[in-house]
Design a protein around this ligand. Structure first.
Ligand code: GLU
Length: 553
């Protein structure tokens, strides 16, 4: 008779280590009580998804605030889907958001005593555990061919039964070890399956840090644990890794809840304590038809973290914004803390909404304006150079013409108590400031008409802007504005709102109209940074030259 041990030896003659050896090699971590060990476990299958940034941010936060360890593990067992270089890129991008692992896979290297942290390098570890399961009769080689699997599927479909390899359909679980040995010796290909002892009709209690305790149908699938390529499947690998890497809390997307019965069962049958689980809600957005839908890699630019990097949203704005999605009390907190020291905020799973987090681009832009508004001119210069060097050559060249001039421009109403928030993203800077540069202004007006309020004739515009040549730029802002009001009044544009309201027919317009004509003349735009400072930076001569260009029309 062929025993389980003999079968296990036949399948894995090269495996000499035991589970006990692994337990010794990866001892419990010596951390203070309450310290959480969390991990981000990306697959190198493409760009960093905004949802993954969200998950990794929470993993990082939970570990840091508890004095624990945050590590990254590369889950690369699905070799068909792997995209070369994407692992490194993921790590590079995480770093830009301040998410730096304490240990694990770091892109070009690995660090820590619980490695390797790349699953494809852990094949030996998985084999030790699988050999153990074979010895215990909790796993078996499955020789089903693709045709046989298809036959099972068709039969289940015809009889409206749950699809999958389980119970009576799991036909190779019923072979004797003699039959298994014979097939193996004959060279028949096989995978290794876990032998489930569960019943789909049973409900088992499970626990989630966000959802609390609930019941879920027990697993009865004999899942594949080792594929024919010698690598494990996600379900099995994550159980081994989270156990031997001593993870305390698994934080991952809610799409994994459906697999929880498999995971709970695996841990139980392996005799290991399962980690705590927290399944994060998926990030949603309001779709074209007004209904909520998942943020989609295919449809939504904002699903990829690279979108924010390419447009130059500051990384802290995105992280702060994502934290508002993660914890309902964060928004108030960060306002109180003036958008600073986010590391002091205490995240809690209790404050996480289950509704499906809604991505709100408008709110992100608001955060971004706040954060860019708080930077000094020097920081703005450095950030803009760093960003534009990588993503925006046109802006890079512009800023590099003259750093001092750029700082002067960018410093308009900055570095003060309530700075103005003219900039929403670094990528938007070029369009906002290009008019400051003489040649760009000239090129613009050569190609484009200046668009004034159609209430006024070109004659009126000319009359007004011509008179504005008299504006005294040596005055302070208030003096300058009073000067403008007085000139406007003399031309029939009221500086007195009440008087205008009482008898609008008596005036051509108001001071605001005057300012707008001048603004469009000097900046080509209806919106610009504070006009007083714009004029001072341009200088009297250049302002008058621009006015003359309009007068010549
Ligand atoms: N590799 C899995 C994924 O990318 C990780 C899930 C987990 O965190 O356990 O979805």
């Amino acid at each position: 008779m062929v025993g389980n041990k003999e079968l296990a030896e036949l399948i894995f003659p090269e495996v000499k280590e035991t589970i006990e050896d692994l337990e010794k090699r990866y001892p419990d971590r010596n951390l203070k009580s309450g310290a959480e060990v969390t991990r981000f476990a990306p697959s190198p299958t493409g760009f960093l998804h905004t949802g993954s940034l969200f998950t990794s941010m929470v993993c990082h936060k939970v570990a840091k605030q508890s004095g624990g360890i945050f590590y990254v593990r590369l889950e690369d067992t699905d070799t068909k889907r792997e995209i070369q270089g994407s692992g490194e890129q993921l790590l590079d991008q995480l770093k830009l958001f301040g998410i730096v692992p304490d240990e694990g896979y770091l892109g070009n290297s690995q660090k820590g005593d619980y490695g390797p942290y790349i699953q494809s390098q852990r094949a030996n570890i998985y084999k030790v555990v699988i050999k153990h399961l074979l010895e215990e009769g909790k796993a078996y080689p499955d020789f089903a061919t693709p045709e046989e699997l298809e036959e099972i599927r068709a039969k289940q479909e015809a009889n409206k039964l749950t699809p999958g390899y389980y119970g009576e359909f799991a036909k190779y679980r019923f072979l004797t070890n003699e039959e298994r040995k014979e097939r193996i010796l004959n060279g028949q290909p096989y995978v290794i399956r876990f032998k489930s002892n569960g019943n789909h009709l049973n409900k088992i209690p499970v626990s989630d840090l966000i959802r609390g305790d609930f019941e879920i149908a027990e697993n009865d699938l004999d899942i594949v644990i080792l594929k024919s390529d010698g690598l494990p499947t996600y379900h099995f690998a994550h159980a081994c890794d989270d156990h031997f890497m001593r993870t305390t809390t698994v934080i991952r997307g809610e799409e994994w809840i459906a697999s929880l019965p498999i995971h709970v069962q695996l841990f139980k049958e392996l005799g290991w304590t399962a980690p705590k689980y927290a399944h994060l809600p998926v990030i949603m957005k309001i779709g074209e038809n007004g209904n909520k839908r998942k943020l989609s890699k295919r449809l939504d630019a904002e699903a990829a973290v690279s979108f924010f990097l390419e447009d130059g949203y500051p990384s802290d704005a995105l992280i702060m914004y994502l934290m508002t999605i993660a914890n309902s009390n964060f928004e108030e907190w960060i306002f109180e803390h003036k958008f600073e020291h986010m590391e002091d905020f205490v995240f809690s799973f209790d404050k996480m909404s289950l509704e499906g987090a809604l991505f709100d681009m408008g709110k992100l832009c608001f955060f971004s304006r706040e954060i860019l508004g708080k930077k000094t001119k020097e920081e703005m210069l450095q950030m803009t150079l760093e960003y534009s060097k990588k993503y925006n050559q046109k802006l890079f060249d512009l800023v590099n013409r003259d750093h001092e001039y750029f700082k002067e421009i960018i410093n308009i109403e900055r570095e003060k108590e309530n700075p103005r928030k003219d900039y929403e993203k670094l990528g938007g800077i070029y369009d906002i400031i290009s008019f400051f540069y003489k040649d760009l202004y000239d090129a613009y007006i050569k190609e484009n008409p200046l668009v004034f309020n159609e209430k006024f004739t070109l004659e009126t515009v000319k009359e007004v802007v011509s008179a504005m040549k008299k504006l005294d730029l040596s005055l302070d802002e208030q003096g300058w504005f009073n000067n403008m009001k007085a000139i406007g009044d003399s031309l029939g544009f009221s500086s007195d709102r009440k008087a205008y309201k009482a008898n609008p027919g008596a005036f051509k317009g108001m001071t605001g109209d005057v300012a707008e004509m001048l603004r469009i003349t000097l900046t080509t735009r209806k919106n610009s940074p504070n006009l007083y400072y714009v004029m001072r930076i341009l200088g009297k001569e250049e302002c008058n030259r621009r006015i003359d260009l309009v007068l010549a029309k």
